[in-house]
Every structure is written in structure tokens, then in C-alpha cells.
Write a new protein. Structure first.
Length: 129
């Protein structure tokens, strides 16, 4: 397998075609490069965007006992219009600011997150089992 960080041009394709390669990943392929590679048996071309995959489409893989967990990343953001106060006292602006920070930190703690924070600093964090 070969990977390129720029579009594969004709000259590069001619040199690569001399090698045994089963897969080539690149952000793009010149039309002539595609023709050159098309003549090779069992060669697969994988065209990826230059900046990588869109984070919403990129899957996360984690090994678990005897298998694999495949999941999409949590890219959700908390929006003001999706929140409501259910206590007698509404949080202050500073408390809301701290809570938004804590929610972001808690999202990255593995499970059943507990996070203590103040002034954009995590004081302590823990996870359940």
C-alpha cells in the first residue's frame, strides 16, 4: 500500500506502476494516472480528501474482549436553546460558562463521568466502572 499527500500526477503514476502495489491512497489522481493504474490487475485506488475525512463520517475503532467496537465520534455541541433550568435558582453567567467547560471535559471521560472544575480548569475527574 502507498499513500500520498497530494494528487498523483502522470510521472508519479508511471514510476509507481513499475512496483507491486495493491492499494494507493491519495487526495486525487490525474486522469492519465487513473488510466495507467487501470491497466494494473487488482490495484485499488482510494481517493481521500486532502484534509482527511469529514469528522462526522470518520469512525472510531476500539478493541474489546473478543471483538471490536465501532462508533461515530461525539461531535455534539450544547446549544443555549436546548437548555432549560429545572431548579429554583437559575445559574449565573459564570456558572453556565463553567458548566459548558465541564460538559466538554466529561464527554472525554470514558464512562459515568464526574468532573469538578472552576475557572476553566479541571480540579478532579473520575469515571465509573
Amino acid at each position: 500500500m502507498l499513500a500520498f499527500n497530494r494528487t498523483v500526477d502522470t510521472a508519479t503514476a508511471e514510476e509507481v506502476a513499475k512496483l507491486f502495489v495493491e492499494c494507493i491512497a491519495a487526495p486525487g489522481f490525474a486522469d492519465r494516472a487513473k488510466e495507467i493504474f487501470g491497466a494494473k490487475k487488482n490495484l485499488r485506488l482510494l481517493e481521500l480528501p486532502a484534509g482527511g475525512l469529514d469528522p462526522e463520517r470518520e469512525l472510531q475503532l476500539k478493541r474489546v474482549q473478543g471483538g471490536m467496537l465501532v462508533q461515530q465520534p461525539d461531535l455534539g455541541e450544547i446549544k443555549d436553546d436546548g437548555m432549560r433550568t429545572v431548579t429554583n435558582r437559575a445559574p449565573t453567567a459564570e456558572e453556565m460558562h463553567t458548566m459548558r467547560f465541564v460538559w466538554k471535559v466529561a464527554k472525554h471521560v470514558k464512562s459515568n463521568a464526574i468532573v469538578f472544575a472552576k475557572d476553566r480548569a479541571t480540579l478532579a475527574s473520575a469515571q465509573g466502572k
